[in-house]
Design a binder for this molecule. Structure first.
Ligand code: XIL
Length: 448
């Protein structure tokens, strides 16, 4: 009798337990991509096009499934600054407002890129292009200040092939430091946005991704602001076996990672590859989210490859289900979302008030780009002037984040409106480009 009642109790307890497990599994399994990703603190986004926002099937899926958006083309340079100094934000704002109305994160894409430049920028070079590019970053990031979760500050600047070096482009020819100049300008304009470097063919451990990783480590070591790296992940019918390990090595270098433009050729394993990507992101604690590059196959830029999660009619494909299941399976980790902390580190403050300046030089045969750091001492600085002697034959062709008096001999640089105030122990930077040899003498700084 006694034994039987114990068994009864155990069976009953087992039933309750089983029911409890079942119930909680059901409760945890969200039914949309965005809600499933949100369970682990991540987002699931789509690239969207302003021209499709009047399509009800399209916006129906968008509003239901996604909690992040990226403008497919609307915030690129050709769209936002069609003629120099004249900015056009209509379609970019449409994407922003769509994202805001959904309560979604908005990824900004892309401030500087060798492609989709307006014609006027394509025909510029040297300091005229450098100044125009930095001005573009400042203007666009300022327009969207406080609204953007993460900016692709620089897109696709590394070369394919084995070298791991930079791609040749008009921007690259303004000096190797164009990327860090862009990141600094973006940070100054919108301190709350995470600043990303974004590229393709970096989806496994290879020479190109290693080149990008080395840049990240260098930026981190020198206090150049960078918060995240985007992996476009335009994939064919295979995926590198070290996809997750590659994400992890970037995370280990101290940046968030994001899958930014995912699409996968239909092939015979599309659902499997989508699952592998999703699981990889879920397994890397600093992988903060995934964006697919379009909604339906008919919306994709990869015409005929059917690389997305919804078919032409808006039906969910097998790949959709595999992504949803991978999101619902959860990760052993949740993304850390540290508040954006400026990654700039103060230079050793000089003792006393006033300011000091130091120059770092990137020179080539016949020209140079100089970056000058202006540091406050133990007291805040309000306004500064840096003076330095240029070698004979050296002439300044352009400056940014400062106004120069003179272009040769002894020249001085005055702060501009947004960088005159430096906190005690803090610093700011400006730069200039010139022909001939760059300055090697230590500059002087006067405060006030
Ligand atoms: C593509 C868009 O999808 C197309 O509509 C446009 O014609 C070309 O650009 N890498 C990127 C994206 O960073 O901006 C590109 O988007 C796809 C490749």
């Amino acid at each position: 009798m006694k034994r039987r009642s114990i068994i009864t109790v155990l069976v009953a307890a087992g039933a309750v337990l089983a029911a409890g497990v079942l119930f909680s599994a059901t409760a945890d399994a969200a039914t949309t991509l965005g809600a499933s990703a949100a369970q682990s603190g991540r987002y699931f986004g789509a690239a969207i096009a302003a021209g499709r926002l009047s399509d009800g099937t399209y916006t129906g899926i968008l509003n239901r499934e996604f909690n992040a958006v990226t403008p497919e083309n609307e915030m690129k340079w050709d769209a936002t600054e069609p003629s120099q100094g004249s900015f056009s934000y209509g379609n970019g704002d449409r994407i922003l407002n769509q994202g805001i109305s959904m309560g979604a994160k908005v990824r900004g894409h892309a401030l500087l890129w060798h492609a989709q430049q307006p014609g006027w920028a394509q025909s510029l070079a040297g300091s005229a292009l450098r100044n125009a590019a930095i001005n573009h970053v400042t203007q666009v990031a300022t327009h969207y200040k406080g609204k953007i979760y993460a900016w692709d500050v620089v897109n696709e600047a590394f070369a394919d092939g084995g070298g791991g070096g930079r791609r040749d482009s008009n921007l690259q020819r303004t000096g190797n430091d164009w990327i860090e100049a862009a990141f600094k300008a973006a940070r100054a304009a919108d301190p709350a946005a995470k600043l990303c470097y974004n590229d393709y063919n970096t989806d496994g451990v290879n020479a190109k991704s290693t080149g990008v990783l080395n840049m990240v480590k260098d930026f981190k070591a020198r206090g150049v602001p960078i918060d995240c790296v985007g992996f476009q992940s335009h994939l064919g019918t295979t995926i590198p076996g070290d996809y997750q390990a590659n994400l992890q090595r970037f995370a280990d270098a101290g940046v968030d990672v994001q899958i930014t433009e995912l699409d996968v050729a239909q092939g015979n394993n599309q659902a499997g590859i989508y699952a592998t990507v999703t699981k990889a992101c879920m397994a890397v604690s600093r992988c903060t989210g995934i964006t697919v590059w379009g909604i339906r196959d008919s919306d994709s830029w990869r015409t005929g490859e059917n690389p997305l999660l919804f078919d032409n009619s808006g039906n969910k494909k097998a790949a959709y289900t595999s992504v949803l299941n991978a999101l619902n399976a959860g990760g052993s980790t949740t993304p850390t979302t540290p508040a954006t902390t400026p990654t700039t580190t103060p230079t050793t403050p000089s003792t006393g008030g006033g300011c000091s300046a130091s120059t770092s030089l990137n020179s080539w045969n016949g020209g140079y780009v100089a970056t000058v750091r202006v540091a406050a001492g133990s007291a805040a600085v309000n306004g500064w002037t840096v003076t330095m002697a240029l070698p004979s034959g050296s002439a300044i062709t352009g400056a940014w984040s400062a106004t120069n008096s003179g272009t040769s001999g002894t020249v001085s640089f005055r702060n501009v409106s947004y960088n005159g105030s430096i906190a005690a122990g803090g610093y700011t930077e400006f730069g200039f480009q010139g022909t001939g040899a760059g300055p090697t003498a230590t500059p002087t700084c006067s405060a006030g």
